[in-house]
Design a protein around this ligand. Structure first.
Ligand code: HEC
Length: 112
């Protein structure tokens, strides 16, 4: 086989493998995805965003209230989702979904 063809195929394979590995490395928490998850998984109980949602339970803190609790961080939010206090149910989530949700909730924190 012509050496140049071999080199071209080699480059194409390397490039493809490179792309396949690039995706997980760049997956930082994505608050926009967290917002989507919150809208489908959490909005039955929590007031999730700003205005668009009308019904939420008055006894359950809104995500804005949760974000603005003193000393709240992504870590404490994730802990409360993984080990919820009654009556909040345990919701099965992947690590990256948890991080996305926590990043979204913290994005509602007022600047100090
Ligand atoms: C069935 C209703 C219900 C659903 C669904 C629900 N929650 Fe909750 N959640 C609650 C209740 C009730 C509390 C308050 C528990 C307490 O502290 O007394 C709570 C508390 C929390 C807290 C802790 C607030 C604090 O005091 O720091 C976080 C964080 C939280 N929820 C996040 C979520 C997220 C994220 C989702 C969606 C993935 C979700 N919840 C879905 C009912 C719910």
């Amino acid at each position: 086989m012509d050496l140049r063809i071999v080199a071209t195929i080699g480059m194409a394979l390397l490039f493809g493998v490179g792309l396949a590995f690039a995706a997980p490395v760049t997956s930082l928490p994505d608050p926009a995805h967290g917002k989507d998850l919150a809208g489908s998984l959490c909005s039955n109980c929590h007031l999730v965003g700003g205005g668009e949602q009308e019904h939420a339970n008055a006894d359950i803190p809104s995500f804005r209230e949760i974000a603005n609790q003193e000393a709240q961080t992504e870590g404490t939010i994730m802990a409360h989702i993984v080990l919820p206090k009654h009556p909040m149910p345990t919701i099965p989530l992947t690590k990256s979904e948890l991080a996305d949700l926590a990043a979204y909730i913290m994005s509602l924190r007022n600047p100090e």
